[in-house]
Write a protein of this length. Structure first.
Length: 105
């Protein structure tokens, strides 16, 4: 499997992000939370695929060390979580709302 890295050099201005929320700090908090969600999902998917691949290859004659090196070539490369979350926000696919202050206390 050929690894393809999506190099995206688009510049995102602070004003573009502020248009999607009340202020830049709110935007950063929302993006940070979404990034953690995406990375967790990607890590779970990666581990699942890696374990499946390791199980398939474990019946062959090669050692476990060889598996870890050669298996990396067959695993997918996920897009960067920061790019996905910013794209979601700019395309209005990311929804967020405030908790009521009385619910927090």
């Amino acid at each position: 499997m050929e690894k393809i890295y999506d190099k995206d050099d688009r510049k995102i201005s602070q004003e573009q992000l502020e248009e999607k929320s009340d202020n830049i700090y709110e935007t950063i908090m929302v993006l940070g939370k979404r990034i953690r969600q995406i990375e967790k999902a990607n890590n779970e998917e990666f581990e699942k695929l890696r374990n499946e691949l390791m199980d398939e290859r474990s019946e062959s004659e090669y050692t476990r060390d060889y598996f870890s090196d050669s298996a990396e070539e067959d695993l997918p490369v996920f897009p960067k979580a920061i790019r996905v979350s910013i794209d979601e926000m700019l395309n209005d696919k990311l929804e967020f709302e405030y908790e009521a202050m009385k619910d927090i206390e």
